[in-house]
Ligand binder design. Structure first.
Ligand SMILES: NC(=O)CCC(=O)C(=O)O
Length: 264
């Protein structure tokens, strides 16, 4: 399973359209490198903390130009296999006008999923006041096993991941815009979610300064035993890993703690 995590710089100094064009090229390069699954971060076009611009970027998922451009790269020209792509998340405008922080995931053929972030960050401002909460847990069936989707602040709510586990999750795919200030929480919680659910965690964060908030990077791949397979630094970069998805079943057989769960 060859996975690429694109730790994108989402700087206030770069125009979102320029960033979108740049990221399409980065994804193209991952396709050429042989990646099977590519994962982008949270709100990488509009910016996770540039709240004031969100209404300018809000649109239905079906009308998003960055998604349309990335979909062409994902699907390819038919000469090589279609990729699996987590497009990151976007400011979705729903038909009733509500905004959501919505992740888009697509794979070969008809594989398509959308996840509206359930836990909104910001307390009395930002996402918590400007966006609606998602209601549904989302999993995707893949050749490597069942993928569970989650976004950033969700990481602090372990019951969400138990819910995904009960839906068959074997690998967790996360997109984030997690600030540098609390990056040690991110690092600990990613490992905790991997260990307690015995899953691979593939978590892509942003870097750069967005809405004046420095973002922390440290995108990571954690195996089901809790080992850090790869971890990013604090600059834009691509993490490329080749992992064996069978490690999930092996870990669950070796240390069958999930069979001892008593409360559901
Ligand atoms: N974009 C987010 O959800 C940020 C979450 C965060 O900063 C935190 O949980 O701390």
């Amino acid at each position: 399973m060859r996975v690429s995590l694109l730790q994108v710089a989402v700087d206030d100094s770069e125009r979102p359209e320029d960033r979108a064009n740049r990221v399409v090229q980065l994804v193209e390069a991952e396709r050429e490198s042989g990646a099977e699954l590519v994962i982008l971060p949270e709100l990488w076009v509009a910016g996770g903390f540039d709240y004031k611009s969100w209404s300018d970027h809000a649109e239905p998922i079906a009308a998003s130009r960055p998604i349309e451009a990335l979909e062409k790269v994902r699907a390819g020209d038919g000469a090589s296999p279609e990729m699996w792509l987590h497009f990151g998340s976007y400011v979705e405008s729903a038909p009733d006008g509500t905004l959501y922080n919505t992740s888009v995931f697509r794979g070969p053929g008809a594989v398509a999923a959308q996840y509206r972030k359930i836990h909104r960050f910001g307390f009395s401002e930002g996402e918590a006041t400007l966006m609606g909460p998602g209601e549904d847990l989302v999993t995707v069936t893949s050749p490597w096993g069942t993928l569970g989707l989650a976004t950033c602040y969700d990481l602090r709510f372990p019951e969400l991941f138990r819910g995904l586990l009960d839906k068959g999750m074997e690998h967790l795919v996360m997109c984030s815009a997690w600030p540098e200030k609390r990056i040690e929480h991110w690092r600990v919680l990613l490992r905790a979610r991997a260990i307690e659910n015995q899953v691979f965690v593939f978590a892509t964060n942003c870097v750069g300064t967005n809405g004046g908030v420095p973002l922390g990077g440290r995108s990571a791949v954690i195996d089901p035993w809790g080992n850090v397979v790869a971890e990013g630094g604090g600059e834009e970069e691509v993490l490329r890993v080749d992992v064996d998805p069978a490690l999930v079943a092996q870990t669950r057989d070796t240390l069958p703690v999930l069979k001892d769960r008593r409360l559901r």
